[in-house]
Design a protein around this ligand. Structure first.
Ligand code: GLU
Length: 538
């Protein structure tokens, strides 16, 4: 049986007979994850329920999107539920709009939660600030069973402890002084209205646990930390308490989260034990880093999902690039859709190495996914609508011919440019302005043209007339070659240059044949007519 699914059935340790091998400094069970894709979602104990639990202290960034994505893929692969829970207990650090935006971004990315603050669900509410009663009850249970206690230490005392530890070169930690208060002392202080926090009593002798990615793990927390606060003076729980209470009540089967939480897991398991609760299985995902191995910093600002959305990056390209660099797949290939990601996902392939993200490749991912969208009729219609909006925004007053906003015209442009452009926005940039507005020429420029150039223009006009609506790029290329051959004193290259200039006002761009194929015969004629001298009306 695979480890993921033995863990799913809640074995805290590798089943007997499972060999362990060293992975880095941890031990990992082998054979790992022969995931027998169990696709149907059974009820009760066997149901796969995973969650993404960000704190709305900032907007969704690439690291968060990746954690959400692995949870989403895992839920979909095994017929389970993907839950979004917002951990907003640190009220002082909340960023206005972040909670809404995180859910918006998951929806935009195409990985919507099944249960969430917005969608609701059977085990809600999904916002921690609305679940304070759960935490209060659990904290009380911990205090009553002797696993937690009131701490009245003032912030001055805690500061002093910290300073002393630092002075003597030690890691600051609470000295657990209030553990030893008598029940009567506690009662009196509470009655006097003395401010307090609740601390969890860390026991020594932590049992090892089997992390689904990092293998056998154990952090003897009591030896390195003082007893942690689980309820703050304002009555709000800290992350550690709220997180395990919610995972328990929301019946989470697997906790898949960033590896920065690996060292907290022993502490969480001590809390589960104190409460007599069955813990979920834990799998910690390796960190997402820059391609040079440096930290992906939120401060760069450019890793926020909203900024990709604004810049025209397709969500499927973003999902593809964040999984391409990481683990969880037997092979890596570009261009996977979310459905392909789900079917190719294999959790046993998640390694402990950091995932190195090469954002320079993002345009290439976007190009591939944009091409797929253009080739899909339904998606293409949506792209056309987006482009119509963009063209009007960018070229509003300059558009001389409203036909450029026609669906058929835009579809033709998209089909001709697919595979060449990395973003829809490129099409409204200066390189493609000729598609929407006519280039302008001065009369001097036209007057400077040689007689041969004018001959070329009139030959092309003639061939366009003959071709009618049959403007295939291949056919046009052939005709253009024939026309160029007829020009005796002008080279092929210069003929093309002249035509490109007349059609687009540019020196570079797609092939002349493609430009012609996208513009259509009426527009080609209109533009090439300008190369011809005005008829003498005198
Ligand atoms: N609120 C935590 C975070 O933002 C959740 C960690 C977890 O998934 O347990 O990272």
């Amino acid at each position: 049986m695979s480890l993921w699914f033995s863990a799913w059935q809640r074995f805290p340790l590798p089943p007997a007979g499972v060999r362990c091998r060293m992975v880095g400094r941890s031990r990992r069970a082998e054979p790992l994850l022969l995931v027998s894709a169990r696709r149907s979602c059974s009820t009760g104990q066997g149901e796969v329920r995973v969650r993404f639990a960000p704190s709305p202290t900032g907007f969704l960034h690439l690291g968060g999107l990746r954690t959400a994505l692995y949870n989403f893929i895992f839920a979909k692969k095994y017929g389970g539920k993907f839950i979004l829970r917002l951990e907003d207990t640190d009220q002082s650090r909340l960023v206005p709009g972040a909670a809404e935006s995180i859910e918006d971004m998951l929806e935009w990315a195409g990985i919507p939660p099944d249960e969430s603050p917005r969608r609701g669900g059977p085990l809600g509410p999904y916002l921690q600030s609305q679940r304070l009663d759960f935490y209060r009850q659990t904290a009380q249970q911990l205090v009553e069973s002797g696993h937690a206690y009131h701490c009245f230490c003032s912030s001055q005392r805690l500061d002093l402890l910290k300073k002393e530890a630092l002075r003597s070169g030690q890691t600051p930690r609470y000295d657990n002084r209030c553990r030893h208060l008598q029940a009567k002392q506690v009662q009196d202080k509470v009655a006097q209205g003395a401010p307090y926090v609740i601390r969890f009593r860390l026991e020594e002798g932590v049992e090892p646990f089997q992390d689904l990615v990092f293998g056998l793990n154990r952090h003897e927390v009591a030896q390195v930390e003082g007893d942690p606060v689980v309820v703050k003076a304002d009555g709000f729980p800290t992350y550690h308490l709220a997180n395990i209470v919610d995972d328990h009540h929301m019946k989470i089967s697997h906790v898949l989260r960033g590896s920065e939480w690996l060292i907290s897991t022993s502490k969480h398991l001590l809390m589960y034990k104190a409460l007599g609760w069955q813990p979920p299985a834990f799998g910690h995902l390796p960190l997402l880093m820059n391609k040079d191995g440096s930290k992906l910093s939120k401060r760069q600002g450019d890793i926020f999902i909203q900024s990709y959305q604004r810049d025209g990056v397709l969500p499927e390209a973003l999902l593809d690039i964040t999984t391409n660099c990481g683990s969880g797949f037997a092979t890596n290939r570009m261009g996977r859709s979310i459905d392909e990601l789900i079917s190719e996902f294999n959790p046993s392939k998640i390694t402990t190495h950091s995932a190195l993200l090469d954002l320079d490749k993002l345009p290439e991912f976007n190009r591939i996914h944009l091409q797929r969208r253009i080739e899909d009729e339904e998606q293409c219609c949506l792209l056309i609508k987006d482009l119509q909006r963009e063209i009007q925004q960018v070229y509003l007053a300059e558009i001389q011919d409203r036909d450029v906003l026609q669906e058929d015209y835009i579809r033709r442009v998209l089909l001709l440019r697919k595979g060449h452009i990395s973003s829809l926005k490129e099409l409204v940039g200066p390189l493609y302005s000729y598609l929407w507005v006519r280039p302008s020429f001065s009369s001097q420029q036209v007057a400077a043209l040689t007689a041969e150039a004018q001959l070329v223009a009139s030959s092309v006009l003639k061939l366009i007339e003959e071709r009618g609506d049959d403007l295939s790029v291949d056919g046009l290329s052939k005709d253009l070659k024939t026309v160029a051959k007829q020009a005796t004193s002008t080279k092929y290259k210069d003929v093309m240059k002249l035509l490109r200039l007349a059609l687009s006002g540019l020196q570079q761009g797609p092939s002349v044949a493609e430009m012609m194929a996208s513009l259509g015969s009426a527009e080609i004629s209109r533009r090439l007519q300008k190369l011809l001298p005005l008829p003498d009306t005198s």
